[in-house]
Design a protein around this ligand. Structure first.
Ligand code: PGA
Length: 252
């Protein structure tokens, strides 16, 4: 089964308008120069820069995403952004259940699932994040934690067309520590088997599973060459167009 690679950039809380526009323009011109790219590319700037980056990416073929959304369409939810608003500003996708949302905002898998359903209704591709903490890994709980997150976060209408899973061990995010190739291979294969339990064999075979956590140009090739790794969710290294591009091209 060949799954098209997805290289996704999570800019987190970085990017004032001028920098965000410049980064978007640099990536757009690199992507346009590529005659027939062998990968999909997604960038997820902060909400405040979505409009500027949408302009910069226009007609480039690079997908645009938000970093979170509410499960309601509109209403009295101060500070929140709805899926329909993301669509309105030109988004194709949304990251949900990132560990920083789970930790900083107490988001549960049940909430992630509600958000994903709302995002799917608007036709957004959801990038649903899962991953264990260091304490959970040390306690030998990696597979049980990740399995539960996958089963509980995926709404029943999820399919390979509207959903991507991102496996991001919490202890590898922004730390420079990367999970070993064996660990990544094991967890990704396990996630695919969990997807099969919830959504059936066909969706499990087709659904892309990204790895995230300190991905950089120097380790991307090894990670992306693993059978069940279908792309990367990149934080820090997605803020420099050269590094992000080098990650995307590391498979060529
Ligand atoms: P990192 O972040 O690449 O900076 O480790 C990845 C992420 O949190 O998505």
């Amino acid at each position: 089964m060949t799954r098209r690679l997805l290289i996704a950039g999570n800019w987190k809380m970085n990017g004032l308008l001028q920098q965000a526009r410049k980064l978007g323009e640099e990536l757009a011109s690199l992507f346009k120069e590529e005659k027939s790219p062998s990968f999909d590319m997604l960038v997820c700037p902060p909400f405040t820069a979505l409009s500027a980056v949408q302009e910069a990416l226009k007609d480039s073929g690079i997908l645009l995403g938000g970093q979170d959304c509410h499960f309601k369409e509109s209403g009295a939810h101060t500070g929140d952004i709805s899926p329909v608003m993301l669509k309105d500003v030109g988004c194709d996708a949304v990251i949900l259940g990132h560990s920083e949302r789970r930790q900083d905002h107490g988001e549960t898998s049940a909430l992630v699932r509600e958000k994903a359903t709302a995002a799917h209704k608007e036709g957004l591709l959801t990038v649903i994040c899962v991953g264990e903490t260091e304490a959970q890994r040390d306690a030998g709980e990696t597979l049980s934690v990740v399995g539960e997150q996958v089963r509980d976060s995926l709404p029943e209408e999820s399919s390979a067309n509207n959903t991507v899973i991102a496996y991001e061990p919490v202890w590898a995010i922004g730390t420079g520590k990367v999970a070993s190739v064996q660990d990544v291979a094991e967890v990704h294969a396990f996630i695919r088997s969990e997807i099969e339990k919830v959504l059936g064999k066909e969706n499990a075979e087709k659904m892309r599973i990204l790895y995230g956590g300190s991905v950089k140009p120097s380790n991307a090739k090894e990670l992306l060459s693993l059978e069940d790794v279908d792309g990367a969710l990149v934080g820090g290294a997605s803020l420099k167009s050269d590094d992000f591009w080098a990650i995307a091209k590391s498979q060529d």
